[in-house]
Ligand binder design. Structure first.
Ligand code: NAP
Length: 277
């Protein structure tokens, strides 16, 4: 596995495991736990979850997958904006820790911007950090101007990551947000790196994948992993998908292949509002 470093110096794997829709009614319980265990065995030890996913169900699935091997895992969860008051964020984190069967998170994120002033959420994060319940904290779905405002808030400059929608079909962040994060040495965590599967039918990806003897998903993921300062968290339940995703880390795209992808999926020429799911 390759690692990026948080501003604190803590290492974070560049490739992890998403958990959205896991632990929901009707999701395949044992398959999901096995998929996460397989991913961990293959070195994808960053696990991204949230109190929102399955209303706590995903965190319970993660607890089963990491049981007995918590120390290997870089565990990320997220707080709902409506829980992100000073007291609310502490209580939400404690509920998440209980469901996850652990005493700390490696990274705790505000899932998206709500009505609570940044100062309040940051005060709650600081309290959690002092208590050893979270190692680092950050944000998700923050656009360039928003993360700059967060950064200027008291203790906001300790923001450890911004988790945003980023893949070949959604390159808007390259215009301003990604350069801002790079300048401040804040890793970006790319969610939906294969655009929830919708990238897989794109002709340019299929052609390049066929030439290299890999799958379109692997090319899409490899492209994200070629971006400096970016971590990817694909979600996969099917074991062949988990294995393919791990192998994408070893897929080196050539400069010509990267140019080919730029022609098919052009980078932004102007600022665009941040896309989110
Ligand atoms: N912060 C936020 O607001 C936010 C928003 C969205 C997502 N996220 C996080 O990011 C994670 C990933 O995003 P996502 O789940 O939206 O989308 P994604 O990872 O881009 O795509 C997931 C879909 O792609 C399929 N897939 C995975 N690997 C594949 C492969 N190698 N070949 C073909 N299909 C493959 C999966 O199928 P199977 O499951 O059947 O294998 C699943 O249907 C989430 O799970 C969540 O943890 C965060």
């Amino acid at each position: 596995m390759r690692y990026l470093h948080l501003p604190s110096g803590a290492p974070m794997p560049v490739l992890g495991l998403g958990t959205w829709h896991m632990g929901e009614a009707g999701s395949r319980g044992a398959d999901v736990v096995n998929a996460l265990r397989l991913g961990i065995d293959l070195g994808m030890t960053l696990i991204d979850t949230a109190e929102m996913y399955g209303e706590g169900g995903a965190e319970e699935v993660v607890a089963k997958a990491v049981a007995g091997r918590r120390q290997e895992i870089f565990l990320v969860s997220k707080v709902y904006p409506h829980n992100a008051t000073r007291k609310g964020v502490v209580a939400a984190c404690e509920r998440s820790l209980k469901r996850l069967g652990t005493d700390h998170l490696d990274l705790y994120l505000l899932h998206w911007i709500g009505d609570v002033p940044f100062e309040e959420t940051l005060a709650g994060f600081a309290e959690l950090q002092r208590a050893g319940k979270i190692r680092s904290h950050g944000v998700s779905n923050f656009d360039a101007e928003e993360i700059a405002r967060w950064y200027r808030s008291p203790d906001g400059n300790s923001v450890a990551t911004n988790q945003v929608l980023y893949n070949l079909a959604r390159r808007g962040i390259e215009f301003d947000l990604l350069p801002w994060c790079r300048k401040h040495k804040i890793p970006v965590m790319a969610y939906s790196p294969i655009d929830q599967g919708s990238l897989l039918s794109k002709r340019a990806l299929k052609q390049l994948a066929a030439r290299r003897g890999v799958t379109p998903a692997q090319v899409a993921l490899a492209w994200v992993l070629h971006q400096q300062g970016v971590v990817a968290i694909p979600k996969a339940v099917r074991p062949e998908h988990v294995r393919e995703n791990r192998a994408a880390l070893d897929l080196a795209l050539t400069p010509e292949e990267l140019r080919e992808l730029d022609r098919a999926f052009p980078p932004p020429k102007s600022a665009k509002p941040l896309e989110m799911l």
